[in-house]
Design a protein around this ligand. Structure first.
Ligand code: ADP
Ligand code: 5GP
Length: 187
């Protein structure tokens, strides 16, 4: 059977990675979608695993050919996008695909696939709590945290376009809620 599509979006620090990781271990045949990007590989990243790493020229050619479900130029010449052919390849293998993209990307993927996709927005209990989590996580400099908070307000305003909004206040409750939504959809 062809795989189904699950879209997760959230302001950074809401707990999306924590919740998605929880789902990955539930034997639901979930696999991450592999995006294409023009940025350089970081650390141990490998072509075809975390991303397909291509040149801006190649990326523009894919845009011209209408090969992307969605793409974004985050910075000048720094593109990220989801290739239709990759989604199809993974689905044909029967994989259920998890998209971990930004809010705009998530909305566009949902628009493209309609009922074949379920979109879930992970909502932080408040902006204050979001800031607390980012500070506690200790992976970002203070100015990066402030940038993420500034962007969060826009992202939260887009939550209404998602099929489900899960408030991640108590982590155990949020885990059960996402598991229920995903299990119902895949059944
Ligand atoms: P995201 O992927 O959305 O950026 P993370 O999953 O990295 O967010 O979570 C951000 C931080 O908040 C992590 O340190 C995580 O352990 C913590 N966290 C996640 N969910 C909760 C929760 N419900 N209550 C308290 N802390 C949480
Ligand atoms: P990073 O460079 O840290 O891997 O990713 C930077 C940002 O790009 C993240 O917010 C990530 O969610 C987003 N991103 C990764 N792949 C895609 C994609 O295919 N489409 C869109 N719209 N965003 C993506």
């Amino acid at each position: 059977m062809k795989g189904k599509l699950l879209i997760f979006a959230a302001p950074s620090g809401s707990g999306k990675s924590t919740l998605v990781q929880y789902l990955m271990d539930k034997g639901l045949n979930l696999h991450f979608s592999i995006s294409t990007t023009t940025r350089q590989p970081r650390g141990t990243e490998q072509n075809g695993v975390e991303y397909y790493f291509i040149t801006p020229k190649e990326f523009r050619q894919h845009i011209a050919n209408d090969d992307f479900v969605e793409y974004e130029e985050v910075y000048a010449d720094r593109f990220y996008g989801t290739l239709k052919s990759e989604v199809e390849r993974q689905r044909e293998e029967g994989q259920n695909i998890i998209f971990d993209v930004d809010v705009n990307g998530g909305k566009n993927i949902k628009k493209h696939y309609g009922e074949e996709a379920k979109s879930i927005f992970i909502m932080p209990p408040s902006i204050e709590e979001l800031r607390n989590r980012l500070v506690k996580r200790a992976t970002d400099a203070p100015e990066v945290i402030e940038q993420r908070i500034a962007r969060a307000e826009y992202e939260i305003s887009q939550a209404k376009y998602f099929d489900h909004i899960v408030i991640n206040d108590d982590l155990e409750t949020a885990k059960q809620e996402v598991l229920q939504i995903v299990a119902d959809f895949l059944r």
